[in-house]
Design a protein around this ligand. Structure first.
Ligand code: ZN
Length: 204
């Protein structure tokens, strides 16, 4: 995390439970201890089943934003309210095979919408440009409603994909390999940020 302090706005933390997705990553205790080790805000992406049970603890642990999956949650509005009550921003993630339309009416209750540009939970996938139609749908609704909602894209974001995501209306970008695979991660963040900034708002 030191490598990107001062360059990235957030650290995106993928939490996988080997249930909602067939992979296991770090969980709450690790997030709690990492939180003490850095000043950079945490954007926690919960790829877990039963987020109603687990998500508020991440907010209480000091996460800046906590995003849970639409597919895993029966009552997204209630969970978003409890995340906000616990002091975090509330995010809803939409996986590759989930349409975004049914969730557009929930936007006033959300601070972040995360559009997966790959299938959640599997490495080594290529960015799927067709997912950007969902970004456009959310952007349209956010603009029309004058809502304060971040539109985040996650999966395969790199120098060759970030511009099209920004042009579609995304304004938060998760990059893993493109940053940590670079010799100078902070410089990689700055380059990606410059590419995105050149395209944001161009489509509207
Ligand atoms: Zn993620």
């Amino acid at each position: 995390m030191r490598a990107i302090e001062g360059a990235a706005d957030w650290v995106h933390v993928d939490v996988m439970d080997n249930h909602f997705v067939p992979n296991l990553t770090l969980g709450l205790p690790v997030v709690q201890s990492l939180r003490k080790a850095t000043t950079i805000p945490f954007d926690v992406h919960l790829m877990i089943a039963d987020p109603q049970r687990w998500a508020p603890a991440y907010a209480e642990a000091g996460a800046y934003n906590v995003t849970f999956h639409a597919e895993a949650c029966d009552d997204p509005v209630a969970l978003a309210k409890s995340l906000r009550a616990a002091g975090a921003k509330a995010g809803l993630a939409i996986d590759r095979d989930t349409p975004v339309e049914p969730y557009l009416e929930l936007l006033p209750y959300l601070d972040t919408v995360l559009i997966m540009t790959i299938k959640a939970g599997f490495g080594g996938q290529k960015f799927m440009p067709e997912m950007l139609d969902k970004v456009r749908d959310v952007r349209r609704r956010v603009t029309v409603g004058d809502l304060d909602v971040r539109i985040e894209v996650d999966g395969g974001i790199a120098a060759d994909t970030i511009e099209q995501a920004a042009e579609a209306g995304a304004d938060a970008f998760v990059a893993g390999t493109a940053v940590y695979g670079a010799a100078d991660p902070a410089e990689a963040v700055r380059k990606l940020r410059a590419l995105a900034a050149g395209r944001m708002g161009k489509s509207m």
